[in-house]
Design a protein around this ligand. Structure first.
Ligand SMILES: *[C@@H]1O[C@H](CO)[C@@H](O)[C@H](O)[C@H]1NC(C)=O
Ligand SMILES: *[C@@H]1O[C@H](CO)[C@@H](O)[C@H](O)[C@H]1NC(C)=O
Ligand SMILES: *[C@@H]1O[C@H](CO)[C@@H](O)[C@H](O)[C@H]1NC(C)=O
Ligand SMILES: [Fe+2]
Length: 234
């Protein structure tokens, strides 16, 4: 993704192009230098997070739905690890077998997006801070308009996610739709993820009532977590 940011900036501002110095450089330097020190791991289920999200009661979402939801999350971990093994196996070289690797973005982003989603929920969240409200209002007009926009983007037909990301190339917060888990991932760090797959609401709401789900969902977003992620991303 960093490479794409680089390309995008390079092609859009050739005349005034200046090499990066800053966070992106740091990341690529770390990768090159650290290549000899990597200690590869597999994905693992964050049991602390699963415990927390299944034991709490979130208004508008049943415990049964949440448990099923975390079971799906476990599936993404299992499948992403299976695909890592597939990619690491040099005797897998036929197009048919290699094709499996194309599913990796689906499974791995399924993990990350669910971890972001579960941990940006709160059973009884505090309202957003004044600082965060100011940032939101500057970008989206008002907090109300921002929530409406989440619901409208999320209510569009098709499965996926509403994400709020910080695009550092613009210094702006962007609301974006990600289809499934991988198509349309925004440039930038995801600071809020809202699950709009059918499994996220269909046990508790009618299949046609995604709007009602989203109406309730925006009431259980932990803005403190979102704001912390924003600060960490800046
Ligand atoms: C990133 O790089 C800049 C200089 O390019 C340096 O000042 C800063 O300390 C670095 N940050 C980290 C976290 O390595
Ligand atoms: C697991 O989730 C908890 C709660 O969100 C978080 O504090 C912790 O850092 C996570 N652990 C890992 C290994 O990511
Ligand atoms: C690699 O793939 C081959 C062919 O599918 C299989 O026979 C072998 O067990 C795999 N090796 C590992 C380490 O998974
Ligand atoms: Fe989900």
């Amino acid at each position: 993704m960093h490479f794409l940011v680089f390309l995008a900036l390079f092609s859009s501002s050739k005349s005034s192009f200046q090499p990066f110095s800053g966070p992106l450089d740091n990341a690529s330097t770390r990768r090159t230098v650290g290549a000899y020190k990597l200690s590869p791991q597999e994905y693992s289920v964050n049991e602390t997070l699963v415990d927390w999200v299944t034991k709490n009661t979130f208004p508008g979402i049943s415990k049964q739905l949440m448990t099923e939801h975390t079971d799906l999350y476990r599936g993404y971990v299992k499948n992403a690890n299976a695909l890592l093994a597939n990619m690491a196996n040099s005797s897998i070289d036929t197009p048919m077998k290699l094709e499996l690797g194309r599913r990796f973005g689906f499974e791995a982003n399924g993990i990350h997006m669910h971890e972001l989603f579960f941990s940006n929920l709160h059973p009884s969240p505090a309202p957003p801070s004044n600082n965060f409200l100011k940032i939101i209002s500057d970008e989206f007009g008002s907090y109300r308009a921002f929530l409406d926009r989440i619901r409208i983007i999320g209510g569009t037909r098709g499965i996926g996610w509403v994400t709020l990301t910080l695009d550092k190339s613009l210094n702006r917060l962007i609301l974006n739709w990600v289809s499934e888990h991988q198509d349309g991932q925004s440039i930038g760090d995801v600071i809020l993820a809202v699950d709009c797959w059918e499994h996220a609401y269909i046990r508790d709401y009618k299949s046609t009532a995604r709007g009602d789900y989203l109406q309730n969902l925006v009431k259980i977003i932990d803005w403190e977590v979102v704001e912390k992620r924003l600060k960490a991303a800046m």
